[in-house]
Design a protein around this ligand. Structure first.
Ligand SMILES: NC(=O)C1=CN([C@@H]2O[C@H](COP(=O)(O)OP(=O)(O)OC[C@H]3O[C@@H](n4cnc5c(N)ncnc54)[C@H](O)[C@@H]3O)[C@@H](O)[C@H]2O)[C@@H](O)CC1
Ligand SMILES: Nc1ncnc2c1ncn2[C@@H]1O[C@H](COP(=O)(O)OP(=O)(O)O)[C@@H](O)[C@H]1O
Ligand SMILES: [K+]
Length: 502
């Protein structure tokens, strides 16, 4: 690996910030072309390190500066004796001075795209970077589809073309990269949502810039990964007792959904809660206790028992399997009125959408994109078009901490830099997985973590456990119960495991 290509570190930026960083970098170097030269050279080094045998290289160049980086790379490949072809759309000759200069320095073949791409060993995607806007037209779409249909692996420069680097969405077609080498700084949109199916392995080329180019520019988001877990999960105090490790009350499990609240309770215990109580339907108590004798279960019809359980709780998780009938509504209202550290999920969120209640300021909500859409009165597709914006809007509308679930879970709260979880896998897309997350976050709240940290650490712990369980037996057929031993593992041990970089 070249010396200036380093694994990604936590700060994530949007394109507006990146433009400011680039301008500062160009000022400090005294020349914008030097940045492009470094970008193209770094990408070439990355290509050489990953595919040293590649002899035939096709570089797909767009009209902007991303294309300019491609021409610089093509020039390096040519100088290194590779068989290089630049492919571009008719009319996509470089438009700006920088890219034109790079294109003029490259003296190899340039061909116009017509239906298919030449045979090659690697394709370099230099069509669009952070300047991508609007859905690609038909000709551009055909080129992107030809790149994706080609058997050669793709190295994307800065951004896989067609991915919105701020929002993580793909408004039309986008390149499927095997690797993406980002320039200067990491982009928030490449860590969540649809982007995750296009970026491949991400690396960062810092272009040997000093940290001063970031002066006064705060990151838009923070990437958190399993290596960050020790930030929140210090070893327990030797003289701790079950009371000091927190008492969680899990509320839910309407007829037909008893498993949901059982998974929530089990996850809370496996994440270190000192005591876990469950308020549920009477008929679920015996099966729950036979599976989880450590829990204390209450029949909710007993008003005194519910009152006392609410009173004793250090944190409450309400919603898994709750239903939206009178039984669920009554429990939802009791939980919200308790003013205890609160986590709302599943049907509690559906009830919140139709019967908005002022939530305690430090409440956590854990919507999946469908629930987020109902809470915001928009479509699921609109949520997914900009997951950061949707999470922020929820945190503002409901004045609480938001965990927007799904690929690249986003955790947002007022006055906090949002966090995005770089772990988790599609094996987790199975019923009951969210119930486990509710138990994890409630357990961390009960152990004394503030709402934003409990939400972040909980989402990370859950995703890390999901990855470990998937690693063991594969993604398809993964069950929420499979996470339980791994929750315990990651809640305690040095969590570093080699992980794919995202
Ligand atoms: N500005 C700088 O100082 C540097 C920029 N660099 C590169 O430059 C890139 C940004 O360059 P630009 O701002 O020129 O933008 P891009 O090259 O990413 O794309 C902009 C060009 O693509 C066209 N375009 C955008 N969306 C389109 C669509 N959907 N269909 C058809 N055409 C579309 C625009 O009209 C414009 O001509 C970065 O991602 C990075 O790769 C690097 O060379 C490092 C230095
Ligand atoms: N493709 C994916 N990548 C990463 N995590 C995922 C993916 N799909 C689902 N998950 C995670 O699995 C959990 C699913 O929760 P949810 O949809 O509420 O399930 P349920 O309501 O059935 O319990 C969430 O934590 C979510 O982030
Ligand atoms: K690109």
């Amino acid at each position: 690996m070249s010396f200036d290509v380093i694994p990604f570190a936590g700060a994530l930026h949007d394109t507006a910030s990146l433009r400011r960083i680039e301008a500062a970098a160009a000022r400090s170097l005294g020349d914008s072309h030097e940045l492009m030269r470094r970008a193209g050279q770094s990408a070439w080094r990355e290509l050489l390190a990953v595919w040293p045998q590649a002899q035939r290289v096709v570089v797909v160049c767009g009209p902007g500066n991303n294309g300019g980086d491609g021409y610089v790379l093509a020039q390096h490949a040519q100088q290194a004796g590779r068989d290089v072809q630049v492919v571009r759309l008719p009319g996509d000759a470089p438009r700006g001075d920088l890219a034109r200069r790079a294109a003029e320095a490259y003296t190899g073949r340039v061909v116009e795209f017509a239906q298919s791409l030449p045979a090659c060993d690697v394709i370099v995607d230099a069509l669009f970077g952070i300047g991508f806007s609007r859905a690609p037209d038909d000709a551009t779409r055909a080129l992107i589809e030809a790149v994706n249909a080609h058997p050669a692996p793709v190295l994307a420069l800065d951004v896989p073309s067609g991915v919105d680097a701020d929002r993580g969405s793909v408004p039309g077609a986008a390149v499927d990269a095997a690797r993406t080498v980002e320039f200067i700084a990491s982009k928030s949109g490449l860590r969540t949502g649809a982007a995750l199916d296009h970026v491949g392995t991400l690396t960062l080329a810092t272009l040997q810039l000093g940290v001063d180019v970031f002066d006064g520019i705060a990151p838009q988001a923070e990437r958190i990964a399993p290596v960050d877990l020790p930030r929140w999960l210090a070893p327990r105090r030797r003289d701790s007792h079950k009371g000091s490790n927190g008492r969680v009350l899990c509320i839910g499990g309407e007829h037909g959904s008893g498993g949901a609240i059982m998974l929530c309770a089990q996850a809370a215990l496996r994440s270190g809660a000192g005591l876990v109580e469950v308020a549920t339907r009477e008929r679920h108590i015996a099966p729950l206790l036979s599976r989880l004798p450590e829990a204390m279960a209450h029949e909710v019809g007993d008003a005194r028992a519910l009152h006392d359980a609410l009173d004793r709780a250090d944190a409450i998780a309400v919603g898994p399997g709750l239903g939206q009938q009178d039984w669920g509504l009554h429990l939802y209202e009791r939980a919200v009125a308790s003013a205890k550290p609160l986590l709302l999920d599943a049907d509690a969120l559906n009830l919140l959408a139709i019967r908005p209640f002022a939530l305690p300021a430090d409440a956590v909500i854990t919507p999946h994109p469908g629930e987020a859409a109902r809470l915001l009165g928009i479509t699921t597709a609109q949520v997914q078009q900009d997951r950061f914006a949707a999470a922020r809007a929820l945190s503002e509308r409901y004045a609480c901490v938001v965990v927007l679930k799904g690929a690249g879970t986003v955790v947002a709260a007022a006055h906090e830099t949002p966090r995005v979880v770089a772990a988790g896998n599609p094996g987790m897309a199975v019923g009951g997985m969210g119930d486990v997350l509710s138990g994890v976050i409630a357990a961390l709240r009960a152990q004394g973590m503030n709402a934003f940290d409990a939400a972040s650490c909980g989402a990370l712990l859950h995703a890390a456990a999901g990855d470990a369980a998937a690693h063991e037996g594969g993604e398809r057929g993964l069950l929420p119960s499979d996470l339980m031993p791994w929750l315990r593992h990651f809640a305690n041990r040095d969590p570093y495991v080699p992980e794919p970089m995202r």
